[in-house]
Design a protein around this ligand. Structure first.
Ligand code: ATP
Ligand code: RIB
Length: 294
């Protein structure tokens, strides 16, 4: 039995540091360029594993050097990657990531092999928590969450990036985690205070027992059900790179739920883990280990 089973993307991130993010038409000089493991699925799986969760990932990558490097990373992090399909006909996913001195980022994702993950290939493994995002096809995500619920797993959906016609997936999830931009997309509304974010989050609750969590960057996160609301503030930190902050939050939340906590108790740990991740470079490499939190 796994603690966390992730269905999601694996990308090689090409991370360029820049003084500021370029405006349309502007060229800026890069100050460094690194190739780092990434992809929302891989990042979330590593975040969960580093916090002590027995973790496996379902995904697809190319039969190429990037794919081999990402699988080696997963193995090193003790994430079971036996359910990652290798594709000879397409490349491993790739993300072009710009990180400004402020820590903000802008990302272009080339889904490549991630876009080929098919329902028929979903290789179920018993798990306490099932976790998915939207960098693999939405029909695959829907089937993954449906099967997970059928097997009694707690289902967690991170609808990132926000995409057309994916609102219908929310009903399959016990917990939904999204950031401010994704919340605005799915509610077509803006908010400016934690309470107002909580109110919008509540609107996304499809049923009793479902929780919608909105991550608010430096302001932490809010969690809402149809009947409750809680705001968890984030510690003040020196931000280096926010890439993967949301992924860290999701992986940490999934690991902590799998370890027996309820959402109210898991929320502070997820916020603390993500706030630590933003003080370091990269997505997957920045995920904290359990000894750093406790
Ligand atoms: P990204 O897209 O950059 O990966 P995100 O937009 O999905 O991140 P955020 O809402 O920015 O996610 O952040 C997720 C969590 O990371 C927050 O709930 C918080 O715990 C932590 N975090 C992010 N930015 C900061 C910050 N400036 N200071 C402290 N904690 C932060
Ligand atoms: O959430 C961060 C991730 O988004 C990066 O690692 C990049 O691969 C993109 O998928």
């Amino acid at each position: 039995m796994y603690d966390v089973l992730v269905c999601g993307s694996l990308n090689m991130d090409w991370v360029a540091r820049v003084a500021h993010l370029p405006c349309p038409g502007e060229t800026v000089a890069g100050t460094s360029l690194q190739r780092l493991p990434g992809g929302k699925g891989l990042n979330q799986a590593i975040a969960a594993a580093r916090l002590g969760a027995r973790t496996a990932i379902i995904g697809a990558c190319g039969d190429d050097a990037d794919g081999a490097a990402l699988l080696a990373t997963l193995a090193h992090e003790q994430v079971d990657h036996s359910r990652v399909q290798r594709r000879s006909e397409c490349a491993t996913g790739l993300a072009q990531v710009l990180v400004a001195d402020s820590g903000e980022n802008a990302i272009v994702v080339h889904s490549a092999a991630n876009g080929t993950l098919r329902i028929a290939e979903l290789d179920w493994a018993p798990t306490r928590v099932a976790l998915a995002q939207l960098e693999t096809p939405s029909a695959t995500v829907a089937e993954f969450l449906r099967v997970a619920r059928e097997h009694g797993a707690v289902t967690l959906l991170n609808p990132a990036p926000a995409l057309p016609q994916t609102r219908a997936l929310f009903v399959h999830a016990d917990v939904i985690v999204l950031n401010e931009t994704e919340l605005a997309y799915y509610t077509q509304s803006a908010a400016h205070t934690p309470q107002a974010y909580g109110e919008l989050a509540r609107r996304l609750c499809d049923r009793d027992g479902q929780t919608v969590i909105v991550t608010l960057g430096a302001a932490g996160a809010v969690a809402a059900t149809r009947h409750t609301f809680h705001h968890e503030a984030a510690p003040a930190v020196q931000v280096v790179d926010t890439t993967g902050a949301g992924d860290c939050f999701c992986g940490a939340l999934a690991a902590t739920l799998a370890q027996g906590s309820d959402i109210r108790a898991a929320l502070p740990r997820a916020v603390r883990a993500a706030s630590l991740a933003v003080t370091r470079v990269g997505a997957a490499p920045a995920m904290p280990h359990v000894f750093e939190l406790e």
